[in-house]
Ligand binder design. Structure first.
Ligand code: GUN
Length: 282
């Protein structure tokens, strides 16, 4: 089975569009601010895609572009301006940031009620303590949970193996799966004999940035394989961290690249923008 993130994203757009329309009829204008500093090529594409999706749904999207030599003090001032702007519901600072800027300082500067990425220590703490409150979570793991639910893949009691320990994907992904009742194993760059872990996964999440790291032999027959990679192969073609052509013969369900996780990440961002808009206006 192919897990079609693009189709699910398009399906969810229909209800989100209706929701935005209803909010606007109440005089509420959902508004997202995306700040991008520097010229990272992948970030440029991500930000453009976020903007397009927001426009498609009727969400107001402001993109603030700043040069690579923008200072931390200048960025803090820009964030402060939007923290104090009551018409803004979500603030996202695109990562990575240039080296003169400390990302943890920046993440903590975003007002908690506008932390649409869920990266603040408070929101991460709620995730890892399985809080019953409503809180935003990192968009990629959230989108993956939405896909699993849609395809009726229940993590409860399953062995989930995470490959890659990033703050944006691997770590929050493991927490969400744990909260959903999975037995979770984290693997990362220092893990020895990676395959001995991945082969025991009922649900395998791969987020390393290494093209075609995972081969058919690394996958348990029938497993669900979620590929977060957006890599380039030797010919410059966009590929995932999983060797899709061989993996699809072994996996029970698998996400393609492109058209799997990517569209769902953006969908999650839009859902969380609407969520923060509603919380601000209730
Ligand atoms: N860079 C890569 N993924 C993300 C994300 O989800 N949010 C932000 N802010 N930056 C990113």
């Amino acid at each position: 089975m192919i897990i079609d993130g693009k189709a699910l994203s398009n399906q969810l757009d229909i209800s989100m569009k209706a929701e935005v329309k209803a909010l606007r009829e109440e005089g509420i204008e959902p508004k997202l601010v995306v700040i991008i500093v520097g010229n990272d090529p992948a970030s440029q594409i991500y930000v453009r895609n976020k903007h397009r999706k927001a426009i498609k749904l009727g969400i107001t999207s402001i993109i603030e572009r700043r040069p690579a030599d923008f200072t931390q003090a200048e960025l803090l001032a820009l964030i402060d301006q939007y923290n104090r702007d009551d018409t803004v519901h979500g603030i996202l600072v695109q990562l990575p940031l240039p080296k003169q800027i400390d990302k943890s300082v920046i993440i903590r500067a975003i007002a908690l009620e506008k932390d649409v990425d869920g990266f603040s220590p408070e929101n991460v703490g709620k995730l890892f303590s399985n809080s019953h409150e409503h809180y935003p979570v990192s968009c990629t793991p959230k989108g993956i949970m939405t896909m699993l639910a849609h395809y009726k893949i229940d993590p409860a009691g399953q062995h989930a193996v995470i490959v890659g320990d990033s703050n944006i994907v691997g770590r929050p992904m493991g927490a969400l799966l744990l909260n959903a009742g999975a037995t979770v194993t984290y693997t990362h760059i220092l893990t020895q004999d990676l395959s001995s872990f991945t082969r025991t996964a009922d649900i395998l999440i791969v987020a390393t940035g290494v093209a075609h790291l995972i081969k058919a032999d690394d996958i348990k027959p029938g497993a669900t394989v979620i590929d977060v990679g957006m890599d380039r192969d030797e010919n410059g073609k966009l590929v995932g961290d999983v060797d899709y052509d061989q993996a699809k013969e072994v996996a029970g369900a698998i996400t393609p690249v492109p058209g799997g996780v990517g569209p769902m990440t953006i969908t999650s961002l839009m859902q969380q923008t609407l969520e923060l808009t509603k919380v601000a206006n209730h």
